[in-house]
Write a protein that binds this ligand. Structure first.
Ligand code: MN
Length: 203
């Protein structure tokens, strides 16, 4: 059974970039709700022994309620893990080299992922992922889908995800998704993103 992961920072730690109320409701209500529904539905479908990765690899064979809540669990786990107070963190080392190789520069990468965030109609996510050729790619997905799911066109291992559901930003940023994405990019923990990158590269 899945459990709500504790954050390594407090709900107000990302102020004023992401406000405490949004963080609290997002983590303790939305994230918790995905976990509760995932657990309930895994149980109801006799799937308590299935790994989340095997479910995503065969996502098209599972009921939507499992995929929506399984994605809700996985995506939020990554989201909260890759945020950090302070915000001046920038990618370095192998991650920076890979970003420069794929997108030209760190600034251009930020423009590209912002474009993907704004281009996602309605609720969903924008991703930085390592694709099947071990190259960095940017994609966006609807709902709680992610690049690990078999039906996605751009598949791979996500190492950074921007939640563009309104629940992630509406209290502070209202309808201004672009401002929220710019703010999100100020509080990314690139040490964690690099750790995920090296894992995806088999290092
Ligand atoms: Mn969310």
């Amino acid at each position: 059974m899945f459990e709500l992961p504790k954050l390594s920072y407090s709900y107000d730690a990302l102020e004023p970039v992401i406000d405490a109320k949004t963080m609290e409701i997002h983590h303790s209500k939305h994230f918790q709700a995905y976990i509760n529904k995932l657990n309930e539905n895994l149980d109801a479908n006799g799937l308590t022994d299935a790994s989340i990765n095997s479910i995503f690899e065969n996502a098209s064979k599972y009921p939507p309620v499992i995929i929506n809540n399984g994605g809700g669990y996985y995506n939020h786990y990554l989201y909260f893990e890759t945020l950090t107070p302070g915000g001046s963190n920038e990618p370095k080392g192998e991650l920076l080299s890979a970003i420069e190789k794929s997108f030209g520069s760190f600034d251009n990468f930020k423009e590209e992922i912002k474009k993907a965030s704004l281009g996602q109609f309605g609720s969903g996510w924008a991703w930085l992922l390592v694709d099947e050729n071990k190259e960095l790619k940017i994609s966006s997905t609807a709902n709680q889908n992610n690049p690990l799911m078999d039906f996605e066109k751009i598949k791979g291992y996500p190492i950074l995800g921007i939640d563009v559901w309104e629940h992630a930003y509406y209290l502070k940023h209202q309808n201004m998704r672009a401002n929220y994405v710019e703010d999100f990019l100020k509080v990314v923990n690139y040490d964690v993103v690099e750790k995920e990158y090296l894992y995806a590269m088999g290092k």
